[in-house]
Ligand binder design. Structure first.
Ligand code: FAD
Length: 106
């Protein structure tokens, strides 16, 4: 089985990639589907303490699905909440597409 760190690392890669490739102008049904995705994801993420905290966090901060930029920023902030909890550095959310879609521009 994957340990908690490996699972988390791969999962964040998937989630941020999905957000960075979400439509810039999603339809109403795409917006609803993406909100449902995160609600379901938070119920079945296979690390129970992680899932319980994530459920609380997205109850307080529901998914922002009105555009690609809104979703990517929202997810970046959710990841930063976990980073802070674990004592990891906070990520600069203005660089989220550079990291997960366009490639580092340096
Ligand atoms: P990760 O945090 O996995 O990040 C991977 C890469 O994403 C980084 O190298 C960086 O380039 C980039 N990145 C970092 N921050 C951001 C950001 N804010 N936005 C965009 N990109 C960013 N672990 C626990 O021990 N306890 C928990 O309660 C817990 N809850 C979790 C909840 C969820 C929903 C997920 C997906 C994971 C959770 N994890 C938890 C795992 C934890 O977040 C890390 O994935 C794990 O510790 C491995 O960390 P890492 O150093 O590889 O970097």
């Amino acid at each position: 089985p994957l340990d908690r760190k490996e699972l988390g690392h791969y999962t964040w890669g998937f989630l941020h990639s999905m957000a960075s490739y979400y439509p810039e102008k999603p339809s109403r049904s795409q917006q609803e589907a993406m909100s449902q995705f995160f609600n379901i994801f938070s119920q079945f993420y296979p690390c129970e303490p992680c899932a319980l905290d994530f459920q609380d966090d997205i109850k307080e901060h529901p998914p922002k699905t009105e555009s690609r930029n809104a979703l990517a920023k929202w997810l970046c902030e959710r990841h930063n909440t976990v980073n802070e909890k674990l004592g990891k550095p906070v990520f600069d959310c203005s660089k989220v597409h550079e990291r997960w879609r366009d490639g580092w521009l340096d």
